[in-house]
Ligand binder design. Sequence first.
Ligand SMILES: [Zn+2]
Length: 103
Amino acid sequence: MTNSNHSPFILLPVLQNVALDRLQRAVAAYAAGDYTVTVTCQDERGAWGYLKNGSSPEYGVVLTDQEQFCSCPDRMYRQLVCKHMVILALHILRTLPPEKAAA
Ligand SMILES: [Zn+2]
C-alpha cells in the first residue's frame, strides 16, 4: 500500500495555482533572502510556519492536505495563493532531507 501523504506532494497545489507574476516575485524575494522563514511544525500532514519581511507584519502560514492558510491581506481578503505560501513551500522543499525529497 502506497502512502501519498508525503509533504512534498501536499505543497504542489500552491506552486501549481499561484499566478506566475506572484511566483516570480516570491522566488526573487526568497532567493534574495528578504524573508525570515520560521518553520514551527512539519510532518506528513504538511507544514506550519511564520514569515517575516523586514519591518512588515509577521504572517502565519499553514499548508496541509486540509487547509491552505496565510494571515496576509492577499489571502484573507482576496483568497489568493499568496507569495508567503509559495515561499514557505519553496523553503520546505529546499530543506527536506534527501531521502524525503526522493520519496
Ligand atoms: Zn500571505
